[in-house]
Design a protein. Sequence first.
Lengths: 256, 406
Amino acid sequence: MHAALAADHPLVVQGMTVSYGERPAVFSVDAAVPSGSMAAIIGPNGAGKSTLLKAALGIVPPLSGTVTVFGRPLAEARSRIAYVPQRASVDWDFPARVIDVVLMGLYRELGLLRVVRRHHREKALACLERVGMADFAARQIGQLSGGQQQRVFLARALAQNADLYLLDEPFAGVDAATEKAIIDVLKSLKAERRTVVCVHHDLATVVDYFDHVLLINVRKIAEGPVATTFTAETLQATYGGRLATTHIDQLKLPTA
Amino acid sequence: MLSPFVSALLLQSGYNAALVAVGAALLGIAAGSGGAFLFLRKRALVSDAVAHATLPGVGLAFMVMVALGGDGRNLLGLLLGSALSASLGLLIVEWITRRTRLAEDAAIGAVLSVFFGFGIVLLTVIQTMSRGKQAGLEGFLLGSTAGMLFQDAVIIAIGGAGAIATIVLLRRPMTLVAFDAEFAAASGVSVRTIDLAMMLLVMAVTVVGLKVVGLVLVVAMLIIPSVTARFWTDRTDRLVGIAGLVGGASGYVGAAFSASAPHLPTGPIIVLVCFALFLASLLVAPVRGVLAALLRRRRFQVLVHRRQGLLSLAHGEPIFDPLTLAVLRRSGLIRRDGVPTEAGRAQSAKVLRDERRWDIARQIYQDDAVSGRYDGLTPIETVLTRDEIAEIDRRIGSPSVVGGAA
């Protein structure tokens, strides 16, 4: 990829290989997410979707490969990225209130010693308002339902006020109301010309929610606009025999 | 017994006792609040490995100091030696966890026992040495404050204050890493550095605490205060503060207690005081305490029986459950012979209406926000607005008082 092209892409991953032990979870994947897009990373279980996202964020060390964010190395562009991990990755009995978790999103602003002031709290509350959770600000996080937990994580990412949002399965195991609340927020981010990348598992909603798609199964299978890339052929190539033909038919995809 | 204890509490039992009490309180604050982060990170047991790994360092430092011509009793030298061997133990635990397939608990077990065993061997060798003043070295095992010097107290005070300053400085990244290490890493926080800082903090507290509570028991001062604090709060900042208070109070009271009874060892007494605070919190803490949970359950049970009883009255069914009968009788809803009173009839009509409204509401509102609130006890008026209830009532027709015989 040329440097000029990388500069106007929010996220460019080149030759990324990540391995736990001797078996690569992600092998030599290239990807370039266009500016202002809603991108989905799709693939079967164990295809390395989450691993790719974590490697792009520097959470897991890659064996090889580079990450470029808005044309700069990852370390220089961290302040422009917000991250929503899987909600199952933390212990929800942790002693914190909803607002405390959202305030964690302001860490870069607060630093080590700055005092949390009223405008910080108001900012956090505004983020909770956006996900419909303002009334829950003082709740202990252990009392939240799964969907509410996911909304709190999204609010924390909103507090980071980033240009690139990376979300790991934001719709996994949430109720219908939460799914709608989350997609509304993501669409509003897109309307603000911010870029959103989701690891996504529900093939039925890909066409509705996203405009760019990356299909992977350890290796990259296909990448491009949903309209031309999310086809029966590429899905078959990604999922192999694991996806029944009837299932693909139900998606009513254009055939390439 | 009591009056020497009180005078020790008021620092009136002499210079040495006052020194020990203040030193133990400072140590307790540092250990309690520092250990809180370890507890939140779910790595409390690492402190046990660190504590036991100090022993060979104490022995080797003594030997080196004697070889250099001293008497081997310099506390600073001994603590320095213990810090070095504790660091080595810590690094080995870290290395085993990262580089091999062994889990952290296995690494902790291995390091803890090997270092402790080696330390005991060194202490035994030291007992047979002809030079140096080896008496009192075994005090590092269980703590000994009898011969505490002013300079020892100063070392503890400086160490404790340094630990507290570190906690204040690093509280945010440590909280971030403890709650969600992946998010912290994505935000640019180096998780390894913060983990290492957390461990160094614990090591500093352990080393400083060796003289007062000893290496076997210092782990209690790191963990019990935060476990105790967890009963009282749902907020991280408060948990750290309360843990510091619990640790400080235990140190102070325990030291005063052992000063008033010279034959009682200081370290174990401090730990027992700390445990007493834990036990009290376990029992009486609001919300999370055992008694509070029992009371809550009991109150809920009474509400359920009251509701069920009223519904039975409304349907004219007989009630057999003795608790239900007792609950209804106590609140004047039925007479001694089981016949509903005026109030009982009114209440049962109301409950029946509420139940019918809920039935309709759960059909209309499919979402969690309304139907999820149905627990058979919450009155619908607290969940829906008046116009919404009016719409439901339109569907069921107006309520009628249910009468008579039970």
